[in-house]
Design a protein around this ligand. Structure first.
Ligand code: 76R
Length: 275
């Protein structure tokens, strides 16, 4: 999709992210003939294929587990014009008044300001009494591994490639700003130390939970969109529970509504939605 007369609205780094949640109006849908229903589903299928074929663009489609919504899309794409145009087309794709938006969230992928630097890694992790001597082969190997890990990690935070893991959980969150629990009144070192604790808990879920943290200050109601992909819904429950004990969440986090979905190919999604 391109609108050549408009300069693109692409952030200096990262992509735009939209989470879109819809309810199906079955009363309207039932007024369609079988042929109209078939055409509507073909239209949505074609649009999803077009979106997925757009460079640097990903679209996850999923059924929502409870009546909070029926289906959801997660769209990642650089240009806000493109995201906006796709979002309007998705809403209309099954025909007017069939899909009504029940919740949506706009954010951007972002690098974290708490990502450990090479110097911090040397000073805090490698440099301890038990660490390898500076300049030794073990030291050099550990540094190389750190550099490779961080390069991969930084790229993933800004430009994630999302797998088709079946469970998808979305919720927005903010850091608290009330009385003595004001995250934004803490100095950087304190926040960094707290975030290091958060990351330690998070890393124990490596391979089971894939997190996309997208920033939304100034873009939407909360400060981040949290998207968790998992193969087991129990892992979502476990990580969110365990994080609640971590000071960053226990003391400083406020959450919005939680949406749990299952990624499904479109034909199965249509069947699941009784279309
Ligand atoms: O390894 C690293 O260095 C990454 C460190 C890391 C950062 C900077 C990290 C790791 N997160 C970071 C930032 Mn996270 N995260 C959440 C939630 O429900 C809750 O209590 C909170 C929601 C979860 C479940 C989660 C999981 N994280 C952030 C930020 C931005 C904060 C800011 O900038 O102030 C938020 C809002 C946030 C929230 N986090 C991890 C995880 C997991 C699973 C990891 C490990 C990732 C990995 O190493 O693979």
């Amino acid at each position: 999709m391109s609108e050549p007369s408009l300069p693109p609205l692409v952030p200096r780094e990262g992509w735009h992210v939209m989470h879109l949640f819809y309810q199906v109006d079955h009363a309207q849908w039932s007024l369609f003939s079988d042929e109209e229903k078939r055409q509507a589903m073909t239209r949505l299928t074609g649009l999803v294929q077009e979106i997925r074929a757009t460079p640097d663009t990903q679209l996850l489609s999923f059924a929502i587990a409870t009546p909070k919504a029926d289906l959801g899309f997660m769209l990642l794409t650089p240009d806000l014009h493109v995201a906006n145009a796709f979002e309007k087309l998705l809403s209309l794709s099954l025909g007017p008044e069939i899909l009504s938006p029940v919740y949506s969230y706009l954010s951007q992928t972002e690098a974290s300001e708490y990502t450990p630097t090479r110097e911090q890694y040397i000073a805090e992790t490698l440099g301890g009494d038990k660490g390898p001597a500076a300049g030794s082969p073990e030291f050099t190997t550990a540094l190389k591994e750190f550099d490779a890990r961080m390069a991969h990690y930084l790229k993933f935070r800004l430009y994630p490639a999302l797998p088709d893991w079946p469970v998808i959980c979305f919720y927005p969150m903010s850091k608290r700003r009330s009385g003595r629990d004001n995250w934004y009144a803490l100095d950087f070192e304190t926040r960094r130390a707290l975030m290091a604790g958060h990351a330690r808990v998070g890393r124990t879920y490596s391979g089971r939970i894939l997190q996309v943290i997208s920033g939304s200050t100034g873009l939407d109601e909360y400060e981040w969109g949290v998207t968790l992909l998992a193969k087991d819904s129990g892992d979502v429950k476990a990580i969110v529970y365990e994080m609640r004990f971590d000071e960053v969440s226990a003391r400083y986090a406020d959450f919005g509504d939680f949406y749990i979905g299952m990624q499904l190919p479109l034909d199965l999604l249509f069947r699941r939605l009784c279309l």
